[in-house]
Design a protein around this ligand. Structure first.
Ligand code: 5GP
Length: 125
């Protein structure tokens, strides 16, 4: 069920639980600002999610309210994850869903990283 990204942060969302270690995940990277793990339902041969450690509902919330150090740390983490996974040479795609029309399901900002095959058109036509 897509979420309304204007709603307040729900500390019981599934990614908050992963950050607290209450639910397992296949971690690929962690630093002060970000955690990256494999998507449970991969849509490409490589499908990694990168989330900030701070409590932000969406890219809108994050870009409006996060301190500069968190934004810089998160953006660098996304690049590092893709680089460490060997995705740069053949290319990869970033995607972040924000709110209802995007289909965002988990109300904690996450950037999807897809790679491992030609990824096709950007959007379903
Ligand atoms: P959204 O549609 O919100 O952009 O993407 C949510 C993503 O989270 C989906 O790709 C979904 O497969 C993934 N996901 C949902 N629950 C879990 C979970 O418990 N663990 C992991 N690793 N991924 C999850």
């Amino acid at each position: 069920m897509p979420i309304d990204a204007t709603l307040p942060y729900d500390p019981d969302n599934i990614f908050a639980k992963i950050l607290r270690g209450e639910i397992p995940s296949k971690t690929v990277y962690e630093d002060e600002h970000a955690l990256a793990f494999h998507d449970v339902n991969p849509q490409a041969p490589q499908h990694i999610l990168v989330i900030p450690k701070g409590a932000y509902v969406s890219w809108d919330d994050f870009s409006a309210h996060a301190p500069d150090a968190e934004i810089a740390g998160f953006v660098r983490a996304v690049g590092t994850v893709a680089r460490n996974a060997g995705m740069v040479a053949e290319g990869y795609r970033l995607l972040a869903n924000i709110g209802q029309q995007s289909g965002q399901e988990v109300p904690h900002l996450h950037v999807h990283i897809f790679a491992g095959k030609p990824l096709g058109p950007m959007l379903v036509r």
